[in-house]
Write a protein that binds this ligand. Structure first.
Ligand SMILES: NC(=O)c1ccc[n+]([C@@H]2O[C@H](COP(=O)([O-])OP(=O)(O)OC[C@H]3O[C@@H](n4cnc5c(N)ncnc54)[C@H](OP(=O)(O)O)[C@@H]3O)[C@@H](O)[C@H]2O)c1
Length: 341
């Protein structure tokens, strides 16, 4: 391990942190990972393997990894990637605020639309920027992560992200810069509304998306969210080949037609699941308040309601973690408790 100052600090050595940090490290960037003790311990013994969508493995031996369980005080990275789940943002922001010099840039690669504000509140002297990961990564073990779907990373247009763009691309991480990341985050949130559907279905993503009933549930949640976003006057960026607003229509098509027209959406490894499924199975807090919860809060803020997203939030919180629902059961449960009257 080289003694040079780290260029990138990754806070949250999980699926996304290990994949992004691992690919950057494999391309020669000095990366320091902060993770939970069990993960750090395993990485110290077994190293890290990052498997790309093409199946290529980037392998980092234990001696090549810089690891700790806390943010090292006085560390001064050029860039910090925040890759913890939403419920852990506040604590992570506190750790960063205590350890990093004022003005350091922290790029949140998290889902949802509220993490940037949490980060700014918890670490007001740091420069918080929004990023977005469009693809799915599964953590097969503490030491192995695998990209299972396609897409380009997104980040706020800023001199630092501009400077880092070529380094990301050298690491095989295509990065697009946007002036309005809020529009990107809301568009991603629309796609992420599949996370609770997947978690409650108990099925791998591909199999769940090939079930028309589950697609209809997703289309209903997305249609409601799109109406709320439209009423709030928020713009939506285009993060998929199809404009975001057309996706519910695509989802409602009969399966043979959907299979034909949505081939890009179905380019998923057959065993991949949403990480909300994993979180429920492990009894960890989920990001449901950052997804359906954000739609409900936006609706309330604009004098609207979002009964289906409200019901989905409640279902995720109240359904026993080992229980799964068929598409018909899910549809009935959402519409039963989600009817506005
Ligand atoms: N996975 C995906 O495919 C994907 C795709 C796009 C976007 N995202 C988003 O990216 C973010 C990260 O997701 P993920 O799937 O990578 O989550 P994850 O696998 O749970 O990884 C986060 C890791 O950070 C650890 N952690 C939390 N707080 C910490 C702290 N203060 N210090 C050290 N370690 C800490 C967590 O430990 P514990 O589990 O013990 O809390 C976990 O090991 C989420 O917002 C997610 O929605 C994920």
């Amino acid at each position: 391990m080289s003694g040079a100052a780290p260029e990138v600090l990754v806070l949250g050595a999980g699926a996304i942190g290990l994949y992004l940090g691992g690919r950057l490290a494999a391309s020669g960037v000095q990366v320091h990972f902060v993770g939970r003790p069990r993960v750090v311990e395993a990485l110290r013994h077994r190293g890290l393997s990052c498997v790309g969508l093409d199946g290529q493995i980037k392998r980092l031996e234990p001696t090549k990894l810089r690891l700790s369980t806390e943010v090292p005080p006085g560390i001064d990275p050029a860039l910090c990637l925040l890759t913890v789940k939403g419920p852990h943002t506040e604590a992570a922001a506190g750790q960063l605020a205590a350890a990093l010099p004022a003005g350091n840039v922290v790029l949140s690669m998290q889902n949802g639309v509220d993490n940037l504000a949490r980060l700014q509140r918890g670490a007001p002297r740091l420069a918080a920027l929004a990023g977005m990961v469009p693809f799915n990564v599964v953590q097969i073990s503490e030491c192995e992560v695998r990209q299972t779907t396609d897409g380009h990373l997104a980040a706020q247009q800023h001199p630092l992200t501009q400077a880092w763009k070529p380094r990301f691309e050298e690491a095989g991480l295509s990065l697009r810069l946007y002036e309005d990341m809020r529009a990107v985050q809301w568009a991603k949130l629309i796609l992420n509304l599949n996370n609770p559907v997947n978690a409650l279905s108990g099925l791998p993503l591909r199999e769940q998306l090939l079930n028309r009933g589950f697609r209809q549930v997703l289309a209903d949640l997305q249609g409601e969210a799109l109406r709320v976003i439209d009423a709030a006057g928020l713009p939506l960026a285009r993060v998929t080949p199809l404009p975001t607003a057309w996706i519910p229509r695509l989802l409602r098509l009969p399966t043979p037609l959907f299979r034909l027209l949505a081939s890009a959406m179905l380019r998923i490894r057959p065993d991949a699941r949403s990480s909300m499924y994993d979180d429920r199975q492990a009894g960890r807090p989920t990001e449901i308040h950052d997804l359906c919860g954000a739609v409900v809060r936006l609706a309330q803020h604009h004098g609207q309601s979002a009964p289906l997203n409200q019901s989905m939030l409640r279902l995720i919180e109240q359904t026993a973690q080992q229980s799964f629902l068929t598409a018909e059961q899910l549809q009935a449960a959402l519409h039963e408790s989600g009817s506005p009257g």
